[in-house]
Design a binder for this molecule. Structure first.
Ligand code: XIL
Length: 312
């Protein structure tokens, strides 16, 4: 099959999340990863819970290995993610004082971003900080530090690696939704106060029978603010059993999302949340759903792959 990375316009990266287990054990996985893609995101290896399992221990192995693999193979590395309510380590307690929590967050961001300074092209600084209605999500950081934690996180990350592009990332904002409106308002506010924010990531965890409304138009609203955009975690889950009709609908959605990214001149990257059904997170997180990726469980290209080729 034609390798996607060879067909992409030179200013748009084609990336995928990488599953550490598959990378370490499956040669075919590594071969397809490096032939079809030119950028990678750690599926889990760079999340706080993984990197700092106890207050006094950092565990860098999995994350360092992926960064080294990316460098050896000429893949751009997307850092994911510094602040996410799902990956706050269990030893972090809300009973600590605001000052203590603020210092902890600052230390963590500074430590991780400094370690990889110069090796990460972009960081998801904050992930999923909005609610469906576009207001700020109720998290430990909002409750204890107030809304300024977002601006602070960007400033700390910027100080630690001034050349990394800093992204805000969320799901459910691909089309014109209340969350997308809230995201637009938040970014406008951050930019107006000089916060170093350089991009907005649209995750794109889609379902085969639901097409987000006017993706290209929505992405363009963000581009019009002068802020680059990216698709950061695309997958299209299918309600099992899988049928040829569902696979065809899935292929259309993949194509639709790539076309939307290509239609916006500041779309910098198009990233899938894993490329093979052999190691996708979907069956574990959405019971009854599966087959969400571009390649099947034997890592052979599906209809969705030729649909992406068609969009290019
Ligand atoms: C998911 C991983 O794929 C799973 O393996 C893990 O158990 C939970 O996190 N949005 C994100 C990603 O930003 O980090 C999530 O990744 C999927 C949803």
């Amino acid at each position: 099959w034609p390798a996607l990375r060879g067909l992409m316009p030179s200013n748009v990266r084609i990336g995928t999340a990488v599953n550490g287990q598959a990378l370490a054990t499956n040669a075919r996985y590594r071969a397809v990863l490096t032939s079809d893609f030119n950028a990678v995101t750690a599926e889990n290896a760079m999340k706080w819970g993984q990197l700092q399992p106890t207050r006094d221990t950092y565990v860098w192995r999995a994350s360092d290995d992926l960064v080294a693999f990316a460098q050896e193979n000429g893949l751009a590395m997307y850092g994911h993610t510094l602040v996410w309510h799902h990956s706050v380590p269990p030893w972090v307690s809300e009973s600590w004082s605001a000052e203590e929590l603020r210092e902890l967050l600052k230390q963590y961001i500074t430590t991780v971003v400094s370690r990889y300074r110069g090796k990460i092209w972009a960081w998801d600084v904050v992930n999923e900080v909005l609610d469906e209605d576009g207001s700020l999500r109720d998290t430990i950081w909002l409750r204890k530090l107030g809304p300024d934690y977002i601006a602070d996180a960007f400033r700390w990350a910027h100080a630690a690696d001034p050349d990394a592009r800093l992204f805000i990332n969320d799901y459910g904002a691909e089309g014109r939704t209340g969350k997308a409106d809230g995201l637009l308002r938040l970014i406008r506010k951050l930019r107006a106060t000089g916060v170093p924010i350089h991009g907005v990531g649209f995750q794109g965890h889609l379902q085969w029978d639901k097409q987000p409304v006017d993706v290209a138009g929505n992405l363009q609203r963000f581009a019009d603010l002068g802020i680059p955009v990216a698709i950061t975690e695309l997958d299209v889950r299918i309600q099992l059993p899988m049928t040829p009709e569902k696979l065809a609908r899935q292929a259309m959605l993949y194509e639709h999302m790539l076309a939307a990214c290509l239609a916006v001149s500041t779309c910098e990257s198009f990233t899938l949340w894993g490329f093979t059904d052999a190691s996708s997170w979907i069956p574990h997180n959405y019971p009854g759903y599966g087959a969400a990726c571009l390649f099947d469980t034997d890592i052979r290209p599906k209809l969705a792959h030729s649909a992406l080729v068609r969009a290019l």
